[in-house]
Write a protein that binds this ligand. Structure first.
Ligand SMILES: C[S@@+](CC[C@H](N)C(=O)[O-])C[C@H]1O[C@@H](n2cnc3c(N)ncnc32)[C@H](O)[C@@H]1O
Length: 282
């Protein structure tokens, strides 16, 4: 079903007025595509969807979970992991504690990748890791640390790139086996993160738009990758401002490949091939 701009507006305004979710500043195209798919899959038309948002108190949460795009991978976009390993963590390694926030963590593969890297760098014990997402279902999945092997095993090549191979000299192979961090049962199609990593992270449902933006601590590193692309420009700006307020002096914000940054004056902005790294100077 093709939706008009007015119909998308009607659905999002109804959602805003009948729940705590305000998706009115999501980027037009991505939200329109998702809503069209939801309507096709559920065989609803716009007026029935609107009625459901108003009459069924449990539906807004379900709708938001259907709208959210949860694609993620272990060690997604290797370049950023090299940057973390060889540039960012060396600048944070002497801190007594490293506070890290994964905002929009989806099912957790990014978070566990980071914990593995921290462990290899000898920094896991001093890492204090919070991981949040608007979608409660993905948070519950992330907490289990258990994934379909079939959909995740190819990403072990990126594990090897980051953990075992030195980027400037591919001959150096440190031979860390995947079994150090994962229980793999190919027959049962399960790859499970080992419990000592599960225990190191606090997963929480949290909405970057309407959620409480004050935290118990300031962060040294905020990763928010492949989330802002779904927001329009003013909302991106608001979220980045919120990150700055929650960032320690000399802390870093790491964004994804397609995400650009506004107001570069308040940052040292380093645009690399696949990501942005921002360093807070204020
Ligand atoms: C494409 S995934 C990115 C996952 C991971 N950061 C990565 O790059 O592999 C985007 C995630 O952002 C979450 N998200 C979308 N809107 C959000 C919001 N308002 N607050 C918090 N999380 C949100 C979605 O639920 C989804 O899990």
């Amino acid at each position: 079903m093709d939706l008009t701009t007015e119909e998308v507006k009607l659905i999002l305004t109804t959602l805003k007025e009948n729940s705590n979710y305000d998706l009115t500043d999501y980027s037009d195209k991505s939200i329109q595509r998702r809503l069209e798919k939801i309507l096709d899959d559920s065989q609803l038309d716009v007026s029935r969807l609107v009625d459901k948002i108003i009459s069924d108190k449990t539906f807004p949460k379900k709708l938001v979970e259907m709208i959210s795009v949860n694609t993620t991978e272990f060690f997604r976009d290797p370049e950023i992991w090299y940057q973390l390993r060889y540039d960012i963590y060396p600048q944070l390694k002497d801190l007594p504690q490293i506070n890290i926030w994964h905002a929009g963590c989806s099912t957790g593969q990014e978070v566990y990748s980071n914990l593995i890297l921290l462990n290899e760098l000898g920094l896991l014990d001093k890492a204090n890791v919070l991981a949040t997402d608007i979608n409660e279902q993905v948070i519950e999945k992330a907490k289990t640390g258990e994934f379909r092997y079939r959909f995740n095993y190819e990403q072990m090549a990126n594990f090897d790139k980051i953990i075992n191979d030195h980027p400037s000299n591919c001959d150096i192979h440190r031979g860390i086996p995947h079994s150090k961090y994962f229980e793999i049962n190919a027959k049962r199609d399960i790859i499970a993160v080992k419990p000592f990593l599960l225990d190191k992270v606090m997963f929480r449902q949290h909405d970057l738009i309407n959620g409480d933006q004050s935290f118990m601590m300031k962060f040294h590193l905020i990763l928010c990758r492949n989330v802002l692309i779904y927001f329009n420009f003013p909302l991106q700006k608001r979220i980045i401002k919120g990150f700055c307020n929650n960032l320690n002096q000399n802390g870093f914000i790491v964004l994804g490949h397609h995400e650009s940054i506004l107001e570069p004056a308040i940052f040292n902005l380093k645009k690399q091939k696949e990501y942005y790294v921002l360093k807070n100077k204020s």
